[in-house]
Design a protein around this ligand. Sequence first.
Ligand SMILES: [Fe+2]
Length: 327
Amino acid sequence: MTETLTAPPGYDVLGGDVPWDPKRHLALETPAHVTLLDEWGPDAAGPTALSPVAITAPFRLLSDEGVATLQAICSELERYAVGDERIPKKVRGSIYRSEFLRGMYGDPAVLAFLREMAQAPLEPHPISHHAIHINYAPDDLSRNVDQWHRDAISFDYVLMVSDPRPMRGGRFEYFLGAVEAGRDLLAADAGLPPDRVVSPEFPGPGWAVLQQGHRVLHRAARLEERYPRTTLVGSYWTALAEREDPTDLQTTLRVDGREIALVEWSRFQARVAAHRLEHFAASKTDFAHPLDELQSELRSIAARLEEAADAFDRQEEGRLISFGEGS
Ligand SMILES: [Fe+2]
């Protein structure tokens, strides 16, 4: 299910929106290669990885017609772009404004394709503001498009909307190693060794990479000359009942503001609890499991919901995840 209910106030539908038509817009092609976290050393997965996959080679997602339509939609959306200390120019929540984006994001063929590459049960993200995030070229060329960071969500694809071929700089880059190892290098001001930074070669617009973004340190570097660089990040929830998806409240509070964050956080927590309860009912509520284990599981699910409700009583500003000042 794609999570679009009533849109936030002021989120009007785009004038140039068109329906998503996979027959015309979709052109899925399997990537040549999928890199596993283990290839980056024993610590790269860490205790929180949700599958063995780190990042794929570029794969084609959209047809030429799909690219042209997405470019027009992103141009129209640019008027809503805002910045923060990490990302100078971005638009979030756009699936509330566009049937095309909703369709692309939740297309069953796309979901099946992403799940197979990720080796994980990806679902449309219940936090719709995470679902589709668009980055634009900063007006200030000295700033990175996005600083070194890990994602606050489990898996996401980074899709080239603009043609990457004529662009100078502005490259998507990732670190060959554990997020924590890269973070420590950045904190020590040593920088990342160039031989441990990879920048995939995208053959054109409409191509993407899929990454387990919370376990991959990555950035979009500064442009070396002005160029209308546009990328779209599609983020997904990993619905594993007995594992924690990394999605947090603090990021969405800081990026989207309290009014949006608490609505979408309640939807996420409801979906996670429902999923855990369904799994519990189906797999553990039998006479082979001791009573104290059943009680403990019920209490754990309830406590998580209590904590989600308690967040409504706090006035938190949230925070962003990034490493290395301006790096
Ligand atoms: Fe990211």
